[in-house]
Design a protein around this ligand. Structure first.
Ligand code: GLA
Length: 730
């Protein structure tokens, strides 16, 4: 049993392979958070909570414990606004029209086999009987019929605890929710560090580590998407935590819209983390009998350092979050025409590219933007999901058939959440776009957003997507989203709480994705939002791979992939070989290095294959062969960051090790070159100590490779690279 309830102490103890998490319903029925750390026994950890009569700390409403009892400094499981706790709260709510205030007290609980789900929201799931258990704790406001059900999913073996919260209104009056977080997590000791991943378009998920000081640190997005700028994934760790040692805790939100994560270090140096929906512009009216679910958050605690943490999380997401049948299948090696042609193509040119792709041994041809409506640049056409037969010289079905005849699968780019003002759809339904009445909207890439909170808009888009599938044999979809969400106003119901629209939009997006996948369960869906603007655990539930960045430069990708690897599976990280000078930053890199870098994730090519030199084609064939021989290693292997692009100016290195440790790859990209350079040594990780591995024709023990290391070859030019695969021989 991973979840234990002690009816005398009234403690809930959750055990995973490496951690224990504990709560306690105390004498006043407040649900205290008593422990989250290395795996322990069932001890009631509330003995650690001691207090005095501190000034300016108020007592809870129905206090019977004296002035030494204040929620302002007690560690709580789900802290609320309005009960004498002045720190950041997880929930702010109250009867509509009245001042918000809650006083939540324990009512009941249930322990259930399997993993709960959250209807309409992405969430982790069980893959086999007994791999997860659920704890449901019900809290109730002391005064009103407002209930909060806290949900916990414990994946013991995977070392994962998920959390979610469902707010229920069982009274007659409407309840107004103005802040709903998925969780609160109180750590009694401060002195911790926060690792987060900031960025921008073409430079996503940049690693940043800082000490948490007194006050509130916030990582959030108010862009309506999880965003390029901040990612809904952080790590809280000790000062001495490194790749292979130290305590660390992952907090990962399974949500694709505006989010907020706050870390407050308080007057007693305690740390509180809250994480959930961004409350800027959020407001939700909960009618009598209704409930509201906050998205799921995934927690994992280990003392095995960042490597142990990210490998556990990557594996869990590969197995228990990504639901696509493609998670275990070899991802098709693809050619995408975007950087090859942009909007300027004909059907003939596409077929020529596809022929070259087939000749190289690629498996999927993706037709990117520009195939529909009036779309020869990015100023028009979005919303008109009708093929431009004049441009293609044939129907979409015919084009797909010709591509299939070359032995390739056919994939298509769409951006269904958007509308161009210069489009038939906008002319017919201007009120379907987000525009605040009486105000000119902000344009971004000359496009507006369709109001996905509206049923009729979603039904229309579902219909267009169904028609596309009916018109052609499509095996892959790249679902794009190329602007931040702003000017949010739903014209459907002017009386509707407009603060609800952003979240309803995301629920609407999930509904449309569900529809598409229910109709086409075998579809390979690739997420995209101007590259990695919606690279989050919510999208991974639907899309087993996500275009990681619009930056295809191999060297900048080193940092992007490095950051991404902490929270997400590398098999989900789509990466392509592109042309040089690179289109985003003008850098020249060897073709070989571009391949080494792109093979780190879901691999493909995005350049004019017609214009490749013979030498490049030979190298591409070698890369494709190498990937085909090792796809299981790259898709399912443990991933080790061996040299950080932030800490090592000379090279970045990483490695994959197969789950049975019989095979491993090593990839190195040199980022600087020197005359009279010193020899570079690098230690492998994750191998079997006693096994013998063959490297460059010689046998080495796992111990030798891990403790002694490998001497890297000298780089021969700028941005040279080295990649090798070793195999166990005994
Ligand atoms: C976004 C995507 C690109 C490409 C273009 C097409 O920027 O990230 O890969 O699909 O849109 O307009």
């Amino acid at each position: 049993m991973a979840i234990l309830y002690d009816s005398v102490a009234r403690t809930f103890t959750l055990h995973t392979a490496e951690s224990t998490y504990q709560m306690k319903a105390d004498a006043q029925n407040v649900l205290l958070h008593t422990y989250f750390g290395p795996r322990a026994d069932g001890t009631d950890f509330s003995y650690l909570i001691v207090s005095r009569d501190y000034g300016y700390c108020s007592e809870p409403a129905e206090n019977t414990a004296g002035r030494e009892y204040s929620l302002d400094y007690f560690p709580q499981e789900y802290p609320v606004y309005g009960d004498g706790d002045y720190r950041v709260s997880a929930l702010q709510a109250g009867i509509a029209g009245q001042a918000p205030a809650l006083a939540l007290r324990y009512v009941s609980h249930r322990i259930l086999p399997g993993k709960y789900d959250l209807p309409g929201l992405p969430a982790l799931f069980s893959i086999e009987e007994g791999d997860a258990e659920t704890l449901e704790i019900v809290l109730k406001d002391l005064y009103e019929e407002i209930y909060v059900t806290l949900l916990y999913g414990v994946f013991e073996e995977k070392n994962i605890i998920t959390r979610a919260a469902v707010i229920g209104n069982r009274g007659a009056k409407t309840v107004k929710l103005s802040r709903v977080m998925s969780m609160g997590l109180d750590f009694p000791e401060g002195g911790r560090e926060l690792i987060s991943f900031y960025g921008k378009h073409t430079l996503e998920r940049q690693f940043e580590r800082k000490t948490l000081c007194h006050g509130i640190t916030e990582i959030s997005s108010a862009r309506g998407t999880s965003s390029h700028h901040h990612n809904p994934f952080v790590i809280v760790c000790d000062r001495n935590t490194a790749e292979d040692v130290g305590a660390c805790c992952a907090v990962s939100l399974v949500y694709s819209g505006s989010f907020k994560l706050q870390a407050e270090v308080d007057q007693f140096d305690s740390l509180r983390i809250v994480c959930g929906l961004n409350d800027n512009e959020f407001e939700w009216m909960l009618g009598s009998g209704e409930s509201f679910a906050a998205p799921e958050v995934v927690l994992s605690y280990t003392e095995k350092g960042l490597s142990g943490l990210s490998n556990g999380l990557q594996k869990t997401y590969r197995e228990n979050l990504i639901r696509s049948p493609w998670k275990n299948r070899k991802r098709p090696l693809l050619a995408n025409n975007w950087e090859a042609t942009y909007f300027k193509f004909t059907g003939g040119k596409l077929l020529e590219l596809a022929r070259q792709a087939a000749d190289l041994g690629l498996e999927l041809f993706v037709l990117d933007d520009g195939w529909f409506g009036k779309r020869d640049d990015d100023r028009s056409g979005l919303g008109d999901w009708y093929v431009n037969e004049k441009k293609l010289g044939c129907t979409l079905g015919e084009l797909a058939d010709r591509i299939h005849a070359l032995g390739l699968k056919f994939g298509l780019w769409i951006e269904p959440e958007m509308v161009s003002e210069d489009s038939d759809l906008y002319r017919a339904h201007p009120d379907w776009a987000f525009v605040i009445p009486g105000r000119d909207p902000n344009r971004s890439r000359s496009q507006l957003l369709l109001d996905f909170s509206r049923q009729e808009v979603r039904e229309y888009i579902k219909g267009r997507i169904d028609d596309l599938f009916a018109s052609a044999d499509i095996e892959y979809i790249k679902w794009d989203m190329n602007r931040s969400i702003g000017n949010v106003y739903s014209a459907a119901d002017p009386g509707l709480s407009q603060g609800a629209v952003r979240h309803k939009y995301i629920l609407g997006l999930y509904e449309v994705l569900e529809h598409m996948l229910a109709q086409h369960p075998d579809l390979l869906l690739e997420g995209c939002s101007g590259g990695g603007g919606r690279f989050d655990a919510g999208m991974l539930y639907y899309a087993p791979q996500i275009w990681c960045s619009d930056n295809t430069d191999a060297i900048e990708r080193l940092r992007i992939h490095y950051g991404t690897s902490f929270g997400y599976p590398m098999s989900a990280t789509a990466a392509h070989v592109s042309i040089c000078p690179n289109h985003q930053n003008g850098r020249m890199t060897p073709f070989r290095t571009r391949g080494v870098c792109a093979m780190q994730g879901a691999f493909g090519y995005e350049l004019d294959l017609d214009r490749m030199t013979q030498e490049e084609k030979d190298e591409a064939r070698r890369q494709i062969r190498l990937y085909n021989e090792n796809w299981e290693l790259f898709q399912q292997g443990n991933y080790y960051r061996l040299a950080s692009p932030y800490e090592n100016p000379d090279f970045t290195a990483w490695s994959y090790v197969s789950p049975d440790q019989s095979r491993a790859s090593l990839s190195v990209v040199y980022t600087d070159v020197h005359a009279s350079a010193k020899p570079y040594r690098l230690k492998w990780k994750g191998l079997l100590e006693d096994a013998l591995y063959e490297l460059d024709g010689k046998l080495y023990s796992g111990t030798a490779l891990m403790h002694g290391g490998t001497v890297l070859p000298w780089p021969e030019c700028d941005y040279d690279s080295y990649m090798t695969v070793i195999e166990r021989k005994n």
